[in-house]
Design a protein. Structure first.
Length: 582
């Protein structure tokens, strides 16, 4: 298998994903994490470097990360955002203001920035783009805004407009570009099951579909995409090549995203909105590209593209490894020097202070134990030597176990041991009392102040003091000189009232039938066509019924996206939950 790039919109990152994807560069979108949520298994992935773009304000929203396999590739520059106004970590200098040899370049001009309907800086605050530069190309990992809320139309159009400007500017510099990620747009009818169904019913057309403002920008950027009318100024020619579509030009149903709310994936009623696109001069660099629709774990599936082992350049064919690593690291496909920490870029996740200089997750639990100047610890000399050996070899599991053992004080039965930093004021003589004596002494004390022991006790009537008057109170017994127990003289007390009769209190826990009627859910109705239990949904569309629950057939939508009768797909059963009596 050749050098491979994979993009996937997936919530949550696990180390097992990297073995499954078998890629050298992995781009994840919509990670929905903040910096405080980063864990070792996200950042310190063995054999990988990572570059995050996280949302600055919104929690659990957006986010992009690119992982690069150290054994096969290493970027020479890394940036966050598309406008260049953000700054590298631990710096106040914007990427676009850095020296030429330290910046990727191609930043939108003032004229291009002025055309965006939203402030340019705010476009980069949602963690939607990571840009890596390799000697051979510039890679943009992007999570484009979705068309879900009309109030976000300006933001979406501004982001896509400046993304188009940045890509074209980089290409005009003579650099190659790869754009990959969730672009949240289908280029044409072949990429959208919804449009195909609308065209079949006569309720929509492809001309109207491709004329939407955001889709028009993308279609002018991608070679072969349909554009209605004259092209916009500055977008006279396409700049990117659709790699996956070039390998499957007529394939229908090649969708990468499905609506989970209506379980549309089994019937393949979806859309192709995830891409790997490259510069036009890279058409001959690819040996394969496809989607991995069978790989679950998200409402999207991965898309990959594979480089040829040797790619055409101006001076002839070059091994791909020579041009995806810093100069001199590979020569004719043979490694000349190993990847080291000197190759880390400022944006690397491994340099985040919480993870810097940490080798593995073991260090969190098996590090050197803190020593205390107070307290008496009985630690053997051999254990101390084992602890020192553990610090020298962190990866030695046996030595690590010894290290944990030596961090505990050696306490033997019948001896007094003081723990570090203890402020105990207990008398020394108490430590010599046999454990059995302590237990008997505590057992003789009345248990007072205990809370309710069970829910049953809450409903039972409390027993009055008089009802227990026939039981001797051992806590008030006194001993005379002959060690024989005697009762103390009773103190004068008012005349005792007759003990009230116990009231009969009904325990609702015992009344199982009443409780079951209160909490048991009504049985779901069965759909008309399949006689199977329906599933409950909630209306989210604005209007008088917004928030109302209803029952519908639990089967997935078919390829047409419509409710059907007499087929294996979803039937037309619809029942308002308030109308269902069970």
């Amino acid at each position: 298998m050749g050098f491979r790039i994979t993009t996937w919109n997936v919530n949550g990152i696990r180390q097992s994903m990297f073995d499954t994807l078998e890629a050298d560069i992995v781009v994840f979108q919509e990670t929905k994490i903040q910096r405080k949520d980063l864990r070792d298994d996200m950042v310190l992935v063995p054999g990988w470097d990572c570059f995050f773009s996280l949302p600055k304000h919104k929690k659990g929203y957006s986010g992009v990360v690119i992982y690069t396999r150290n054994a096969t590739c290493a970027p020479i520059r890394a940036e966050e955002g598309i406008t260049g106004f953000l700054s590298p970590p631990n710096s106040t200098t914007a990427f676009r203001d850095m020296p030429d040899d330290q910046q990727i370049g191609g930043y939108p001009s003032l004229e291009q920035l002025s055309e965006a309907p939203v402030d340019a800086v705010s476009l980069d605050c949602e963690g939607r783009c990571v840009i890596l530069e390799f000697p051979a190309f510039v890679l943009l990992g992007v999570y484009s805004p979705a068309a879900r809320d009309e109030t976000r139309d300006d933001f979406r159009q501004g982001f896509v407009s400046l993304l188009d400007a940045r890509i074209r500017n980089i290409v005009s510099m003579g650099k190659r570009v790869i754009l990959t990620g969730d672009l949240n747009v289908s280029v044409g009818a072949i990429d959208s099951a919804h449009l195909i169904e609308a065209m079949r019913k006569g309720s929509g057309s492809e001309d109207e579909f491709v004329s939407s403002p955001v889709r028009r920008i993308y279609n002018q950027l991608i070679e072969g995409a349909r554009v209605i009318g004259e092209r916009d100024e500055g977008r006279e020619a396409p700049a990117l090549h659709d790699i996956c579509r070039s390998f499957h030009p007529d394939r229908r149903g090649m969708y990468t995203c499905w609506e989970t709310r209506v379980n549309a994936r089994p019937g393949n009623y979806g859309a192709r909105i995830d891409y790997v696109l490259s510069s036009l001069d890279m058409k001959e660099w690819w040996s394969d590209s496809n989607i991995q629709e069978g790989l679950m774990g998200s409402d999207h599936c991965p898309v990959f593209a594979v480089f040829k082992d040797k790619v055409p350049m101006d001076d002839g064919e070059v091994d791909i490894h020579d041009i995806v690593n810093p100069p001199g690291m590979f020569v004719e496909g043979e490694r000349q020097r190993e990847y080291s920490t000197k190759d880390l870029l400022p944006l690397s996740g491994r340099l985040i202070p919480e993870f810097d200089r940490r080798r593995s997750i073991k260090d969190m639990f098996f590090g050197k134990p803190a020593t205390s100047s107070t307290g008496n610890r009985s630690i053997r000399t051999s254990d101390t030597e084992a602890s020192a050996a553990t610090d020298a070899t962190v990866d030695d599991a046996t030595a690590t176990d010894k290290n944990v053992a030596t961090s505990l004080p050696a306490i033997t039965e019948g001896t007094t041991s003081t723990l570090p930093n203890s402020n105990s004021k207990r008398p020394r003589t108490e430590a010599t009392v046999p454990p059995s004596a302590k237990r008997s002494k505590s057992a003789s004390k009345p248990e007072t102040g205990k809370g309710q022991q069970s829910l049953m006790g809450f409903f039972r009537p409390k027993k009055t003091e008089e009802s227990n008057s026939d039981t001797p109170d051992n806590s008030t017994l006194q001993t005379n000189s002959n060690n024989s127990p005697t009762k103390p003289s009773p103190s004068p007390s008012p005349a005792k009232a007759p003990a009230p009769k116990e009231e009969t209190i009904i325990d609702p826990i015992v009344s199982k039938e009443s409780w079951s009627k209160l909490f048991t859910k009504k049985a779901a109705p069965k759909c008309e066509d399949h006689e199977e239990p329906c599933m409950m949904m909630t209306t989210k569309k604005a209007g008088v019924n917004c928030g109302r629950s209803f029952w519908m057939c639990s089967r997935p939508l078919g390829p047409t996206g419509q409710k059907e009768r007499g087929t294996q797909w979803r039937c037309g059963t619809f029942i308002w939950a308030s109308d269902w009596t069970g």
